[in-house]
Write a protein that binds this ligand. Structure first.
Ligand SMILES: C[S@@+](CC[C@H](N)C(=O)[O-])C[C@H]1O[C@@H](n2cnc3c(N)ncnc32)[C@H](O)[C@@H]1O
Length: 199
């Protein structure tokens, strides 16, 4: 599914997402783990930040200057209303060129929507956008093979893809990153989160 089609679907549920996830604890312990691994708490980027600003809240509290990026205009507009002092980019991560280097980049349940052939170039881009010792946390589908799945969520059809865990680890290694943590955090769901650090 093209990212523009993903954006249209998230536009439709952006308000619901904000209400539903405002105080959600989903992914928060994992974010806190990534923050602990981040030696310099200066500049952070939340990719596919959504409308709730829940990660942005925590990163702000931890002293980061935080930027959010999302392909959905509705998500970005709602997030910006909650966080008028933060910088937001309305962009497809596939086409966006990072304007600076970040100490922490998080992509929680966002890049798993990319078309399969966009996974590798985007992962390379994120590795290359890290400061030395910078940390990247992202979620992906688990397993050792590449795969694509689709599913309905809040009345919208979405698609997901993964390269498989081994391929993600290989991309990280090839781009001067080392894996610090990898977990099937919702087992038996095929959902993995990875924390890696630029070496
Ligand atoms: C499942 S939501 C997660 C939102 C937020 N990370 C959270 O956990 O509350 C996925 C988000 O990723 C965004 N997204 C999906 N594909 C994207 C892309 N190619 N570029 C930027 N954002 C994207 C969607 O618009 C949506 O806001």
């Amino acid at each position: 599914m093209h990212p523009d089609d993903i954006a249209v679907r998230y536009d439709c549920i952006a308000q619901w997402w904000q209400t539903q996830h405002q105080n959600s604890l989903y992914g928060i312990a994992q974010l806190e783990r990534a923050i602990k691994f981040t030696p310099t708490k200066q500049l952070a980027l939340d990719i596919g930040c959504g409308s709730s600003g829940r990660f942005i809240n925590i990163l702000n509290e931890q002293g980061f200057q935080v930027e959010g990026l999302d392909i959905s205009q509705e998500m970005i507009d709602l997030a910006q209303q909650l966080h008028p002092d933060n910088t937001f980019y309305r962009a497809d991560i596939c086409c966006w060129n990072p304007p600076k280097l970040y100490n922490l980049i998080v992509a929680w349940d966002s890049t798993f929507h990319l078309p399969l052939d966009r996974q590798e170039p985007v992962m390379k881009k994120l590795c290359n956008a890290l400061e030395p010792e910078g940390v990247l946390m992202f979620t992906c589908g688990g397993g050792y093979k590449q795969s694509e799945v689709s599913g309905a969520f809040q009345g919208q059809d979405f698609e997901y893809s993964t390269l498989g865990v081994n391929a993600f680890l290989q991309i990280l290694t090839e781009h001067q990153c080392t894996c610090l943590h990898l977990e099937y955090d919702q087992y038996p769901e095929n959902h993995v989160y990875i924390i890696a650090q630029k070496i």
